[in-house]
Design a binder for this molecule. Structure first.
Ligand code: PLP
Length: 364
């Protein structure tokens, strides 16, 4: 997601231009207050290193409570590490991983899943609205059964999807059933899992292990944490030696409490779901506003915190000239407008007002 950043080191400072509220990504947002509080609490004195501390134990326990099961929990630096190490733990180097063709693991992780699995091949599949279907998965894994093709072993789903849609619980169940039938494990890239839970209004367990998901990479960063994702193994047999995998990959934080403690701040009292629901509501407000303007109907149903819309060139350029940042290379084309936990109605309205000014100026 960083193609607009200089590929070699960091560009010179622009004096902070463009560092205001943005729609580029939900990872532009800062740390939510509850996570800051928990971080400060964890900073009051010394604690054991490498995850052997009270904060990490409590955060893992809290995740087990939220998911209503005795899962195995790990905290890593980012989503790329979480996904690629989790996938590596599910397959051998000669295996195949079925994913959607827009999946972050395939398009935005610089080959990390293949690298950490020592060569497992991602089998990218098309699908409406950013989603895999049982049919597409079955077609992919039954197309070949000979020794010359990688043996399909895992299916990975992104929840919410890369185009801002969500898998319904029935869809997850059906995919997991198909996966089981073909001997595949189920991995979920939950970089925006919180937004999906807030959207669907179901217990996290219903959307994961009860539906047949084996491993979840639960995103913290985009939810309001400073940094870090949790990897949850619902089938503990699959996490054998995962700690070694993390250490070898440079993902065992010695001051682990700073990765884990912020989770305590947001997992209490449903804070995480409140923030996610707010971000989703801001996306709906934005989508509704766009739909009231001529020819700016969102490209996908807005189910979470992202809005995709085809902007006339003049509108896109006009918005950029006014300092708005957003990506246009992600997903199926169009502008991707993301709302983080800190998005305000005023920012959404200012963006829409800028569109009116640009369109009213006769450019569109
Ligand atoms: C943001 C994101 C990730 C994680 O990306 P990192 O930059 O590696 O933290 C993973 N999957 C999806 C779908 C994402 O949007």
């Amino acid at each position: 997601m960083s193609r607009e950043v200089a590929p070699t080191g960091f560009a010179p400072s622009d004096g902070g231009k463009g560092d205001g509220p943005q729609f580029a990504s939900d990872n532009y947002a800062g740390i939510c207050p509850e996570a800051v509080q928990a971080l400060l609490a964890a900073n009051a004195g010394q604690a054991r290193a490498y995850g052997d501390d009270e904060w990490t134990r409590r955060a893992a326990d809290r995740l087990r409570e939220v998911f209503e099961t005795d899962c195995d929990v790990y905290f890593v630096f980012n989503g790329t590490a979480a996904n690629s190490l989790a996938l590596a733990s599910l397959c051998q180097s000669y295996h195949g991983v079925v994913c959607h063709q827009l999946a972050h693991v395939d398009t935005d992780e610089c080959g990390a899943p293949e690298f950490f699995s020592n060569g497992a091949k991602l089998l990218a599949v098309a699908g409406e609205q950013g989603k895999l279907t049982p049919r597409a998965i079955a077609d992919t894994v039954t197309r070949r059964a000979d020794i010359h093709y990688p043996k399909p072993k895992v299916v990975t789903l992104t929840q919410t999807t890369e185009v801002g849609t969500v898998y319904e619980v029935d869809e997850i169940r059906a995919i997991a059933a198909t996966a089981r039938h073909h001997g595949l494990r189920v991995h979920m890239d939950g970089a925006r899992f919180a937004n999906a839970v807030a959207s669907l209004g179901l217990p996290p367990a219903d959307l994961t292990w009860r539906a047949g998901v084996d491993v979840l990479c639960f995103g913290g960063t985009k939810m309001g944490l400073p940094v870090g994702e949790a990897v949850l193994f619902f089938d503990r047999a699959l996490s054998e030696d995962f700690a070694y995998r993390c250490k070898q990959a440079g993902q065992l934080a010695s001051k682990m409490r700073y990765l884990s403690a912020p989770w305590l701040g947001i997992l209490e009292n449903g804070v995480w779901l409140r923030h996610a629901a707010h971000a989703n509501a801001m996306a709906r407000r934005l989508a509704a506003g766009l739909a009231r303007r001529p020819a700016l109907t969102p490209l996908f149903p807005v189910r979470a915190n992202g809005v995709f819309v085809e902007l006339p060139v003049a509108v896109e350029q006009g918005l950029r000239a006014r300092g708005w940042l957003f990506y246009t290379f992600i997903g199926a084309g169009g502008a991707r407008l993301m709302c983080g936990w800190d998005m305000t109605p005023a920012t959404v309205d200012r963006f829409l007002a800028d569109i009116d000014v640009i369109m009213g100026a006769g450019h569109a």
